[in-house]
Design a binder for this molecule. Structure first.
Ligand code: PMP
Length: 356
């Protein structure tokens, strides 16, 4: 049976990425070696790493003065690398969910943290709009897509201080005006690659301004200087990330991807709104994520939650259970998920409704 992969991450990847990685596992670009056993100091891998950074820059039109690096430790490590490198006295954070809260907790180890607004009062089901970013903050941190609760900030806005964004779960889902940001980071395991590598886009002029000594691996300048090859990177994962970026480029880039993502998410949200059984978790359509659509059974049908998951599983739908903190359902609609999978889910919801 065909599977429809709605997992939140690690998650669906383009078939192209999987096929090219299998080929490279057998023979890495005609080298006679597997990508699993190639040295990260080989000239072949050197090119892969350089191509990955260059294509990343190309896809998001990253301006001059910025570097793209690939590092280890996941986005969770960036929660402390960011303040380590940038927080001298005070940082401002927007609290929009579990991942923001984790980032805030780490930042507090390094200085004052001003949480300018939080949507915790309503279970993180909206994006706060009315807040002031203090002009004396070293930076302002946002989580652009809240993977757990299904809210998203899609506007690239101006703030009076360097803007830092965790784009783990919406990178490459739309064009981004990188010039509005001082730093963008994220785990690659949603829209790019298998788990194991973290991307960081950083405007170089914000670095080197804190007084504290930085451990070598924590200092972004180490990885910029060494082209992400200061220590051993996850070779296979970087190779896979490069293949996904090639796939994206061939399809027409992030503009085309955004159109597809609008179409997919509209299809699903319209069905949730129409349905007798389901309701959207996030009331304001503006705040609804195109990457992670969260929804619930209406109160009077709550006891059908497990039945619907079982019904959907019989039709090959995987990964639809909501995050343990949020309950209900979550359909992750990442770039590689085809429209047909969203249509299959919508059909499944309609058929389930017809039975009840
Ligand atoms: N930020 C966001 C928005 C996420 O979705 C995740 C993981 N799902 C993380 C951070 C943590 O990423 P990692 O597991 O790579 O540390």
């Amino acid at each position: 049976m065909k599977k429809h992969n709605f997992y939140a991450g690690p998650s669906i990847l383009p078939q192209y990425t999987i096929d090219k990685t299998i080929e490279a596992i057998k023979d890495y670009e005609g080298s006679g070696l597997s990508v699993l056993e190639i040295s990260h100091r080989s000239k072949e891998f050197d090119r892969t790493m350089a191509d990955a950074a260059a294509l990343f820059k190309d896809l998001l039109s990253v301006p001059d003065g910025y570097s793209v690096i690939f590092v280890g430790g996941g986005a969770s490590t960036q929660f402390f690398h960011v303040p380590y490198n940038l927080l001298q006295t005070k940082a401002a954070y927007l609290d929009t969910g579990a991942w923001s809260s984790k980032a805030i907790k780490e930042a507090k180890l390094f200085g004052d943290v001003d949480v300018v607004a939080s949507s915790a009062d309503k279970n993180y089901t909206y994006i706060p709009k009315d807040y002031v970013v203090p002009a004396d903050a070293d930076y302002f941190h946002i989580t652009s897509n809240n993977t757990v609760r299904g809210t998203e900030i899609r506007k690239d806005f101006d703030v009076p201080v360097p803007l830092v964004a965790d784009m783990s779960s919406d990178i490459f889902s739309r064009p981004v005006d990188v010039s509005k940001y001082a730093l963008i980071y994220g785990g690659a395991q949603k829209n790019m690659a298998p788990a194991g590598v973290t991307f960081v886009v950083v405007r170089e002029d914000i670095l080197g301004k804190v007084d504290r000594p930085l451990p070598t691996m924590v200092d972004y300048r180490t990885h910029i200087k060494k082209g992400s090859l200061f220590n051993t990177p996850p070779v296979v994962v970087v190779y896979a990330a490069l293949q996904t970026m090639k796939w994206l480029k061939d399809l027409g880039g992030v503009e085309v991807m955004e159109k597809r993502n609008i179409e997919k998410s509209n299809l699903l949200y319209e069905e949730i709104e129409r349905s007798k059984l389901f309701r959207c978790t996030v009331p304001d359509p503006e705040d609804r994520s195109r990457m992670n659509a969260t929804f619930l059974m209406k109160d009077e049908y709550q006891d059908l939650t497990a039945d619907f998951l079982a019904f959907a599983a019989e039709r090959g739908m995987v990964g639809l259970k909501g995050h343990r903190d949020a309950g209900g359902f979550r359909a992750s609609l990442y770039n590689a998920l085809p429209l047909e999978s969203v249509q299959a889910l919508v059909d499944c919801m309609k058929d389930f409704e017809a039975k009840h």
